[in-house]
Design a protein around this ligand. Structure first.
Ligand code: SAH
Length: 372
């Protein structure tokens, strides 16, 4: 099996080229070719010595997941289905806005956490994605988006992707060994060159993972709060039974010591009649006072078989108002891409469920040859 260069962050790539008997600076050139210019063909890497190009062609490759689906919503949101192995496919979503473009990236095929309102959880969990499968989403999306305008990848100055959020399928903090090198590539000036503030990791509240992220690669942090007290949060976000609110909020405050932004984003899904009362909002205001934070209210996005309903917009407005009056900063997330099941919580991909949470393993559609 050839070595997949997408598995390597800058340091690992240096190790690899040194082991080939090449000077370490070759790794920087390689990073630029692979990640900035989106090149997978070593023959095109003309500033590398011919001998190195030959060695790479013999024993290495740039291997991304296979594109097996591509849907575009009327609002411009685009969703790709990426086959990562014979049994699993994950989803990745691009959300264009006026002044920025956000790529929502998956970290696992399925998810073990099984939050009550999330489609990914219902698919069960199969496995962690590798670094190549994570950064490969960015590689493919950048190429697809740039290719549209010019027929081939553009350079870094014209990138469509200005922000990355690890808010796709899976819990990134349960796969840090693979996620961290991918994050480092996102930040590396020779690769994707995004600032720490423009890369967000979202967690359901895996406290040890928050500690490790803070130490090794502090980027912007979002925490899926969804309830103001343990009794309700235990039901909605079952990992709360392991890391209850007190521990979670303390971890948020520790994270802020190293965070690139001076606040944590609290995500809060608005579930009709479940977590959206005035009393819930007032209780949340107490949490807002204990952690420097911003609230992002997410209107619930339904999916087949989901048991919840979206709070009416008037309820969401009133909820936001109570929080704001109490001094909190609140935004309400615009629902994007729900027509193509690309909205928050709707990503299910195609995951062979080892936990048998759902009975049947759905089959992948025959692959449209989008890679061609
Ligand atoms: N596991 C991480 C990454 C997922 S991010 C985490 O939990 O944070 C996806 C965000 O969408 C999370 O805040 C998640 O709780 C939220 N979400 C999940 N299902 C949803 C749904 N059906 N509607 C709206 N938001 C949902």
């Amino acid at each position: 099996m050839p070595v997949n260069l997408l598995e390597f962050d800058a340091e690992a790539l240096e190790g690899y080229v040194t082991q080939l008997g090449e000077p370490a600076f070759r790794a920087r050139q390689l990073l630029r070719w692979i990640h900035q210019r989106g090149t997978a063909d070593f023959a095109q890497m003309t500033d590398l010595a011919k001998s190195l190009r030959g060695a790479l062609a013999r024993e290495a490759e740039v291997r991304t997941p296979r594109l097996v689906g591509d849907s575009l919503a009327p609002d411009g949101t685009r969703k790709w289905l990426l086959q990562v192995d014979g049994a699993n496919a994950v989803e990745c979503v691009f959300i264009p806005e006026t002044a920025r473009g956000t790529l929502c990236v998956s970290s696992q095929a399925g998810c073990v956490l099984d939050c009550a309102f999330c489609a990914t959880g219902k698919q069960g969990f199969n496995r962690n994605l590798s670094t190549a499968e994570i950064i490969g989403q960015l590689w493919l999306a950048q190429r697809a988006l740039a290719g549209e305008a010019t027929g081939e990848a553009k350079d870094s100055t014209q990138r469509a992707i200005t922000n990355v959020v690890m808010m796709g399928m899976g819990e990134p903090l349960l796969n840090l060994d693979q996620v961290l090198p991918a994050l480092r590539l996102m930040l590396d000036d020779r690769a994707y060159g995004l600032s720490r503030r423009r890369v967000t990791v979202s967690t359901a509240g895996v406290v040890p993972g928050m500690e490790r992220l803070r130490e090794e690669c502090p980027v912007a942090l979002a925490v899926s709060l969804h309830a103001p007290d343990d009794a309700l949060r235990d039901q909605l976000v079952p990992i709360n039974r392991k890391y209850p609110l007190r521990a979670l909020l303390a971890a948020c405050n520790r994270y802020l010591e190293r965070a690139p932004r001076d606040f944590v984003t609290f995500e809060y899904v608005m579930l009709d009649g479940v977590n959206d009362s005035d009393a819930h909002a007032r209780a949340l205001a107490g949490i807002a006072r204990s952690v420097r934070s911003k609230f992002n209210l997410i209107p619930f996005n339904p999916f087949p078989g989901s048991a919840f309903h979206r709070s009416p917009s008037e309820r969401i407005r009133r909820f936001a108002e109570i929080l704001q009056r109490a001094g909190a900063t609140v935004t309400t997330r615009k629902t994007r891409g729900d027509g193509i099941a690309a909205a928050c919580g709707q990503l299910a991909g195609d995951v062979a469920d080892r936990t048998r949470r759902t009975r049947t393993v759905r089959r992948l559609q025959p692959a449209a040859e989008l890679n061609a």
